[in-house]
Design a protein around this ligand. Sequence first.
Ligand code: PLP
Length: 497
Amino acid sequence: MKYYDKLIFELSRKGRCGYSLPDSPYQETTAAIPENLRRGTEPALPEVSELDVVRHYTNLSDMNFGVDTGFYPLGSCTMKYNPKINEEIASMPGFKGIHPLQPASTVQGALRLYRDLCKALSVVTGMAEFTLNPFAGAHGELTGLMIMRRYHISRGDTGRVKVIVPDSAHGTNPASAAVCGLEVVQVKSTADGTIDVEDLKPLLDNTVAGIMMTNPNTLGLFESRIREIADLVHGCGGLLYYDGANMNPLLGVVRPGDMGFDIMHLNLHKTFSTPHGGGGPGAGPVGVAEHLAAYLPVPSVCENSDGSLYVQGNACGYATVSAESIPAGQISGFTGNFGVLLRAYAYILMLGRQNIKMAGPLAVLGANYIKESLKDFYRLPIDTVCKHEFVFDGLADRSTGVTTLDVAKRLLDYGFHAPTIYFPLLFHQSIMIEPTETESKETLDGFIDIMKRIAQEALTEPESLKTAPHTTPVRRLDETSAARQPVLTFRMLSSLN
Ligand SMILES: *Cc1c(COP(=O)(O)O)cnc(C)c1O
């Protein structure tokens, strides 16, 4: 252990100080706080010099892995490109300092941005209207399903309680449906990894609210029978929901609206460039076809006849949400996660209509290049052209007992983040790889070399894989105990040893 791996509390020395502040102009304000609400003792904060603090945080950041550190080929929930200029734009005072309760006349630019981003997303997706209010992909799913449910109920069609979800779906799909009070019915995939239309047909009746699909699906495969599926589902009175968390393979190529989808969400924090992790920050805008526009939640940004903008609907914090409260109900505080919306807007404008079309082909090219280069070393259960991602089912040669988890841990020793593992659940040893559209050929080649080397090591020195990682700040963790008995309070290092 290095000296500066110590926790900041252990570096603390009484009286040491890293800052000096001018006399507070707020003495009177402090006096106005009632005695019983004031703390009696000073908080036990570490007392350290400026250098100690800077080194502490710099070293902490070194212990972590991120897209700024190295290649991050996580499938499905991918961290894609996060241009730094977005950060600069998001921290411009005119954006950073505004408040949702300001009079609309003082935030016309921000409201214009909201409207323009809705329009841009409509162009990209083929949906008629958007709300930018939901805070995450799963939050968008819930909003979309509430719209679906409300649509049926408002037409007196009250028996539609089922949502069809493919067995390859992202876990949030069935979860959102359950939270919305809908019953989840699974539709099987065929051996080629796409929806089994013959399995779907008997499920379709007047109890079906709709189907949730991802296309390309989580195996990275395009559901080429989508028009037929759309006709079948619409034919029984159901709606089609599109999970657009990862839209990059489709940008400028195909639009969910043209495929026949009625409702969709996007993850701006994946496809449209906001760095995220540990649960946020995010934005999960929901788009709908024309006939569902009236069901979008409030608040919404509207235009006066003179071109000025205003916020319509209860914009003051949260309201209780139920499936019945949409339309006119509220799904989130105010009009969404503005910093994330801003980054998406900047990203779309920076790429422009022409360049945005490059994202899809490049994402697809990179994924196929890795797949073809590694398929002799890792099992490829579905050997066909993939879209932006694909799935291996563990090592080709498993004779030494090396698992997908061991491969993932070993990658960390070589400076690569692991792909998504053990998802989708269709295979026992899933390794789901998505390189994204922005990695160079050299980086992809580096990753391919290391994946081959690891496959070799699995045969010649399996122990070094089973005990990996060896070079990271923490070694292999007991993930079960970490989840079941987490240690959440500070303990001195001595007592940890
Ligand atoms: C990430 C993801 C989601 C959920 O998005 P969150 O913002 O994490 O709630 C849903 N579907 C797919 C396919 C995803 O990749």
